[in-house]
Design a protein around this ligand. Structure first.
Ligand code: URA
Length: 431
């Protein structure tokens, strides 16, 4: 079938057959189908949808486009984690060493930040010297030695996803549920872990903005997990405000380390604690008491071990000045008294991009030292003149742009908003 005929099938709302999907996508991988043709197909799929069978075929094509990572020669219960992306989402930096210190082997392949969502790899690379690119054997050695590793998504795994994702990103086709499900699950299916733990972000700082869509995404991903033989646990978690006090690369690493030392008490720490309990329950392991585990110092030591094994300076856990941090700090003050209400958290993420801490094109370099440290959370009462946040910036122009973005991200309301849950919904393969 010619590419234009294949595209026409979806444009007209009809169902593909497996053979033509294979032909179209494999020809795309080998360069015989052009980016603009795949872009047209992605938009048709966005508008007309893909049914469960088509989503399964697409996922299979992505999995089979590259190598598979076989972890069966790494001892232990292996957990893989993925977040659909939010603002201030440094959960992996905290949860990976935390779960490893409780006895799991946590293998985390992450992406870089694009658009309003930061990337775990960018955050971790704030630590000088730390490497995130490893061969398969090196990755497995990290898991055997430390029990935890956060590395860049290997180019060899699911290469078709990389190509499709970069097109989706610039053609406004990211937010299609079957495309998100196949993208996330293909990368998890290419690795044979014992549990895939997924965090679907929901809210005005996420790709998914309503609970029905989030539940439908969970349904598709659970079904893919079942068809490909992966145990899956999914939490739909709130992304209607930045998660935690820090947004920006170095600052988020600091918040994660503070958490691992038991020094953080906010929505971020509450969420990581719950994910810790649920993940251990999902694999039927006893749950060590969280406070005792933190007090033992094992979680922060595990973070240091992970950093050292990946070539970074483990002293960072005691000396945060090792991290790059901008010297210029702007104090953002409340212009009136009332309750802080985020109505567009995406703009907080975009403020980081304006400051230079994120990228709008995948080849952009980023500045790890800029960011925002908040002193209040969404819903908190603030007084006129109170410092809401410190903005770490490098030049006046980017600061002005960031402030403009922030001014569209929240308002100060006279009345208190209803409390939002941290976890909107959760499900797993057992149910
Ligand atoms: N994260 C992914 O890996 N893929 C998507 O499509 C969306 C979020």
């Amino acid at each position: 079938m010619l590419p234009q005929e294949f595209i026409r099938v979806k444009r007209d709302g009809q169902k593909h057959d497996r053979e033509s999907m294979h032909e179209f996508l494999s020809n795309y991988l080998s360069g015989k189908v052009a980016d603009y043709q795949v872009s047209a197909w992605l938009m048709a799929s966005f508008l007309k949808g893909l049914d469960d069978e088509e989503t399964y075929w697409l996922t299979d094509e992505i999995v089979e486009s590259g190598e598979k990572l076989d972890l069966s020669d790494v001892d232990g219960i292996k957990v893989d984690k993925h977040s659909s992306g939010g603002v201030g989402d440094k959960i992996s930096l905290a949860l990976v060493p935390l779960l490893a210190s409780a006895g799991l082997v946590v293998s985390k392949m992450s992406g870089r930040g694009l658009g309003h969502t930061g990337g775990t790899i960018d955050k971790l690379e704030s630590i000088p010297g730390l490497r995130t690119e490893f061969s398969t054997e090196e990755f497995k050695d990290l898991l055997r030695k430390v029990g935890a590793a956060i590395v860049a998504q290997s180019d060899a795994l699911a290469p078709l996803d990389k190509k499709l994702y970069s097109l989706r990103d610039v053609t406004a086709t990211v937010e299609a549920l079957p495309l998100i499900a196949s993208s996330i699950m293909s990368k998890k299916i290419a690795v044979n872990s014992d549990l895939v733990s997924l965090d679907v972000k929901l809210g005005n700082g996420a790709f998914i903005t309503n609970l029905e869509d989030a539940k439908e995404l969970c349904r598709i991903m659970l079904s893919l997990g079942k068809q490909f033989g992966r145990r899956v646990e999914i939490h739909v978690t709130d992304m209607n405000e930045p998660l935690g006090y820090a947004v920006g690369n170095s600052l988020e690493v600091i918040e994660a380390m503070d958490f691992l030392k038991g020094k953080v008490n906010n929505r971020f720490s509450a969420l990581v604690k719950q994910l810790y309990v649920d993940t251990l329950n999902s694999v039927n392991l006893p749950v060590p008491d969280f406070d005792k585990l933190i007090a033992s110092g094992k979680p922060i030591q595990k973070f240091a071990e992970m950093v050292q094994a990946q070539g970074g300076n483990p002293k960072v856990i005691d000396d945060y000045s090792i991290l790059p941090l901008s010297k210029n700090i702007f104090e953002l003050k409340a212009d009136k008294s009332g309750y802080l209400d985020y109505n567009n958290t995406v703009e907080v993420g975009m403020a980081i991009v304006e400051l230079g801490g994120g990228r709008t094109r995948k080849e952009d370099a980023i500045d790890h030292g800029v960011g925002i440290k908040f002193f209040v959370e969404g819903g908190d009462k603030v007084e006129k003149g109170q410092v809401i946040a410190h903005i770490y910036y490098n030049d006046q122009h980017s600061l002005d742009n960031a402030l403009n973005r922030l001014s569209h991200s929240f308002t100060i309301k006279e009345t208190e908003s209803a409390q939002r849950p941290l976890i909107w919904w959760s499900t797993n393969s057992k149910e």
